[in-house]
Design a protein around this ligand. Structure first.
Ligand SMILES: [Zn+2]
Length: 302
């Protein structure tokens, strides 16, 4: 029998029998059982559901699951603990875990690819990224794109306050005080191209960690080639041949905010903006030239 037919039959039976639906449908205190077939009412209806786990696990057992778990089991546990116990439960079949819509670029501030990979595998660090790109262009993926990595931390872009939930994190092996080798940049751009196409990520949504956390972060550093990336369709850049003066009523605070910067700490937002677009001067003062750049970006993209 088709699944939808089963659901209707189940609902009809529930109503016809006058059974409180909470007893039938809600999984409140029932053991969470992994099976390709979940028996909801053993005497009347069997409802086929997709497999959700490796073994039969009760809620009590789930809480006590030891820290050494496979990624798959961690996801399954998260799904179970995310179930609202006050709502009735039956499973929809069309969903993703999530879909990334931003790419956040970082530098590792460490000394090697292997050091970074190890950092992301230590229990106490509580940080991760989807990809790490080595100086030689080697790309190591450490999380499925559909999972939420812990790379952004406390951050904000526009009105989004949980960047981890909407983004992919890419770490570049770089100590923050050195240029990014050509092989690394080329590899990154190939990766970005794949991700942009696969998830239809808007070009304006390729940004840096410092953009979304200007009071805490400066990565990727001023060595990062944002202009080259923008020319390939990742991020924005201004038109250097058309830097007209901004009108006297141009509000630079509003412009920064409209681009995405959190201007709660205006000084930090200006420095982040200048580190990315002015590069040679990262003071907190917005010069006439800086205002032209900001105005150009604002007019061009936002
Ligand atoms: Zn970072």
């Amino acid at each position: 029998m088709r699944r939808t037919s089963c659901l209707y039959l189940l609902l009809l039976l529930t109503l016809a029998c006058g059974t409180p639906k909470r007893k039938v449908l809600q999984a409140t205190n029932a053991p969470i059982i992994r099976s390709d077939t979940v028996k909801i009412n053993t005497e009347s209806v069997t409802l086929a559901l997709p497999s959700i786990g490796e073994a039969a696990v009760t809620e009590a057992q789930a809480v006590a699951i030891p820290p050494v778990m496979s990624t798959e089991n961690r996801v399954q546990l998260l799904m179970r603990t995310g179930i609202n116990k006050n709502a009735d439960w039956t499973e929809a079949i069309h969903y993703d875990v999530r879909k990334p819509n931003f790419v956040i670029i970082h530098h590792t501030a460490q000394h090697s690819l292997s050091q970074t990979v190890r950092t992301f595998q230590l229990e106490h660090t509580k940080v991760s990224a989807h990809y790490v790109v080595g100086k030689d262009g080697r790309v190591v993926q450490m999380l499925n794109d559909y999972l939420r990595s812990w790379h952004a931390g406390r951050s904000k872009w526009g009105n989004i306050t949980d960047m981890n939930s909407v983004s992919l994190g890419i770490e570049l092996d770089n100590n923050g005080r050195e240029p990014f080798p050509e092989a690394q940049v080329q590899s990154l751009m190939t990766l970005l191209d794949t991700l942009k196409t696969k998830y239809q990520i808007p070009f304006t949504n390729f940004i840096g960690h410092a953009d979304i956390a200007p009071t805490r972060k400066d990565d990727p550093s001023m060595f990062f080639p944002w202009k080259r990336l923008a020319e390939r369709g990742f991020g924005v850049w201004y038109d250097e041949s058309n830097l007209v003066p901004a009108p006297s009523n141009f509000n630079h605070v509003d412009a920064l905010r409209i681009i995405g910067y959190d201007v709660t700490n205006l000084r930090a937002a200006i420095i982040a903006f200048k580190r990315k677009f002015i590069v040679t001067d990262v003071s907190e003062v917005l010069t006439e030239y800086d205002r032209r750049v900001l105005y150009n970006l604002y007019r061009r993209y936002f």
